[in-house]
Design a protein around this ligand. Structure first.
Ligand code: ZN
Length: 306
């Protein structure tokens, strides 16, 4: 396989037996910010351009980070921007039994071990040093669960970033699949969730590019077919840091959805008509959406604010 290029756009989902199912999966830890809006618009347009389904999942697993009212705020902001999702809103918190089943399947393959290392124990290590691999931590003791990673390359063809390869052992080491507080770790949850929702295509920020090989590994061990990926450049500030919820200025205000969408579409390579309502802007953008025209690279730094 060769890397996708502008002259050779990746094939649409016609080459796959499964109908296109995309998703947007925000975390309810605060209001939607422009980085999330960009991901939402791109995944929405990609799904609609493929005559696919666009699902919404609230990634509310990380209970300590949940902010009351944040989910309602996200739903409201999406609706204001005419980003209408298909079907019911999915919640990670509804999938806890699925996560347990997945963890049991991984454990049955003798891949998991319990780890009692504290943050302090791991200080100074870039990756997990394997301390508890052979320790046999007894059940009953509060422990995280880690998965033993192989010395194997995991590779995939990203629709925008091209081929991405990583050998997990030196890159991430044995990573956590269930946290010490009992919560399922993001890497496992996302693989289980996407499979449960029949997701065929993931469009998300390039800050998650290096998470993908871990997810491919987990999917392989769980016998799950992996989705196609498109990792978008993330909006970065002048210093190159990703805009996040911590950057207050990046929070989307109310009342200007047209401007927000125009700005977002422009970043995605589409010069949208002005004075159009959100619904009309998105309808205009769907047939013009072409992932091959997206800017390459992992961050947008050359943008002007609204
Ligand atoms: Zn340990």
């Amino acid at each position: 396989m060769t890397s996708p290029s502008a002259s050779d756009p990746p094939a649409l989902s016609a080459d796959r037996a499964r109908p296109y199912v995309g998703r947007f999966a925000p975390t309810p830890s605060g209001p939607l910010h422009f980085g999330s809006l960009l991901t939402a618009v791109a995944s929405f347009l990609d799904a609609r351009a493929h005559a696919g389904t666009w699902r919404l999942r609230i990634d509310d697993l990380d209970t300590p980070r949940r902010v009351p009212g944040a989910t309602d705020g996200i739903l409201r902001t999406l609706a204001e921007h005419a980003l209408h999702w298909d079907g019911p809103v999915a919640f990670q918190s509804d999938h806890v039994a699925d996560y347990r089943a997945a963890l049991a399947r991984l454990s049955a393959q003798d891949l998991c071990f319990r780890c009692t290392c504290s943050r302090k124990d791991l200080r100074g290590h870039r990756i997990y040093p394997g301390t508890c691999r052979t320790r046999n931590v007894p059940p009953g003791r509060e422990a995280a669960v880690r998965i033993r990673v192989p010395e194997t390359d995991y590779a995939f063809e990203d629709r925008l970033q091209g081929r991405y390869t990583e050998c997990l052992a030196p890159a991430t080491g044995d990573f956590v699949v269930a946290r010490r507080d009992g919560l399922t770790a993001y890497q496992l949850a996302v693989v289980v969730d996407d499979a449960a929702m029949g997701v065929t295509d993931v469009v998300r920020g390039a800050d998650l590019l290096d998470n993908t090989p871990r997810q491919l590994f987990l999917a392989e061990r769980l016998g799950i077919e992996t989705p196609r990926y498109l990792h978008l450049p993330v909006i970065a500030d002048r210093s190159g840091a990703k805009l996040s919820k911590r950057t207050a200025a990046s929070t989307i205000g109310t009342g200007a959805p047209e401007r927000n969408l125009q700005w977002t579409l422009q970043l995605l390579g589409l010069e949208a008509p002005s004075h159009a309502a959100p619904e009309a802007l998105l309808a205009w953008a769907v047939p013009r959406w072409d992932s091959a025209r997206l800017p390459r690279g992992t961050s947008f730094t050359n943008w002007t604010s609204l």
